[in-house]
Design a protein around this ligand. Structure first.
Ligand code: C2E
Ligand code: MG
Ligand code: MG
Ligand code: MG
Length: 291
């Protein structure tokens, strides 16, 4: 056990020596290792289903990047996306996720499943000069109709350079892709801003959706966002739906799509068609043999 600890601490020393700059040592290590992961294309794309709350019909999925670090194990995108942004790696990362997501979408189409796919854009990648062209090229390469791709942006990513961001969103819109405001309600959301963004969808942040269980203020907030979306002609997606009661409440409110652990956890993109098939088989009425 002592030896184990000694080993662990010597590794820590090695890691710490690397970190002499203003960024923390872990962050520096992650930045270097993320560069390698991108070069070797070892990041994975997982997908999480999205369904109509009333019927349970699965219409689309969100792509979520996954990184299993060779020594540290899984690292959360909440940790490494900001690192990618600060180290000039976000353009490459976004490109690889888009590529993996559209490749999956193309496979699903080939299997007769006409499903949408959503990809997250970080603040920095939204301002990348090459973004619009690279999205256009990726759609073309995979033969996916632009209307089947949704790009998710957060309010705060738009606010860092609103004029520029809105111009880029219009260019993306001109390609025919759908646009969504992710984590709605958490940023400096100004309602007049939402009206000016060329988006087709809002995603209610999961912190409010999880709060639906408590029957408190979040019920009113979620209802208000669903109504706002409807008045602006936007589709409303609720993320973080963890139980059937929450799904029922959202269905009653008129929410268009739900996403969350109750419907399905994020899974490797290759597992999505088998998951859909298993779900369809389970939903089929059981035929009892009366003979
Ligand atoms: P997000 O885009 O809001 O994604 C939803 C997050 O909620 C995902 O976390 C998902 O795994 C998690 N989630 C889904 N259903 C539930 C649920 O029922 N309960 C709870 N508690 N959580 C749920 P994940 O995958 O860790 O991603 C975190 C964030 O990292 C994402 O938030 C997104 O902002 C960012 N991210 C993930 N993949 C990418 C990517 O490819 N590119 C960029 N730029 N950002 C990404
Ligand atoms: Mg998202
Ligand atoms: Mg979200
Ligand atoms: Mg979120």
């Amino acid at each position: 056990r002592a030896m184990h600890e000694a080993k662990a601490s010597s590794r820590q020393i090695r890691v710490y020596e690397a970190g002499l700059g203003h960024e923390g040592p872990r962050r520096l290590t992650l930045a270097a290792d993320l560069r390698v992961a991108l070069r070797e294309r070892t990041l994975a794309v997982h997908v999480q289903p999205q369904a109509e709350p009333g019927t349970g019909a699965v219409l689309s999925a969100e792509a979520l990047v996954r990184w299993s670090h060779p020594e540290l194990g899984p690292v959360s995108p909440e940790e490494f996306i900001p690192i990618a942004e600060r180290n000039g790696l976000i353009g490459e990362l976004t490109g690889q996720v888009l590529d993996g997501a559209l490749a999956a979408s193309a496979r699903w189409r080939a299997a007769g499943q006409d499903l949408g796919i959503a990809v997250n854009l970080s603040a920095r990648s939204l301002l990348d000069d090459d973004l619009v062209d690279s999205v256009a090229r990726a759609l073309h390469r995979h033969g996916v109709p632009p209307a089947r791709l949704t790009l998710e942006v957060t309010e705060s990513s738009v606010m860092s350079d609103p004029a520029r961001a809105v111009a880029v969103l219009h260019e993306l819109r001109d390609l025919g892709v759908r646009l969504s405001v992710d984590d709605f309600g958490t940023g400096y959301s100004s309602l007049s801003y939402l009206k000016r963004l060329p988006v087709q969808e809002v995603k209610i942040d999961r912190s409010f959706v999880i709060g639906l269980r408590e029957q408190g203020d979040d019920v009113g907030i979620v209802r208000a966002i669903v109504d706002l979306g409807r008045h602006l002609g936007l589709e409303v997606v609720a993320e973080g739906v963890e139980d059937g009661d929450t799904q029922t409440v959202l269905s009653g409110m008129g929410c268009d799509l739900i996403q969350g652990y109750h419907l399905g956890r994020p899974m490797p993109a290759e597992e999505f068609l088998p998951w859909l098939a298993a779900r369809a088989a389970a939903a089929r009425p059981q035929r009892l043999s009366l003979a």
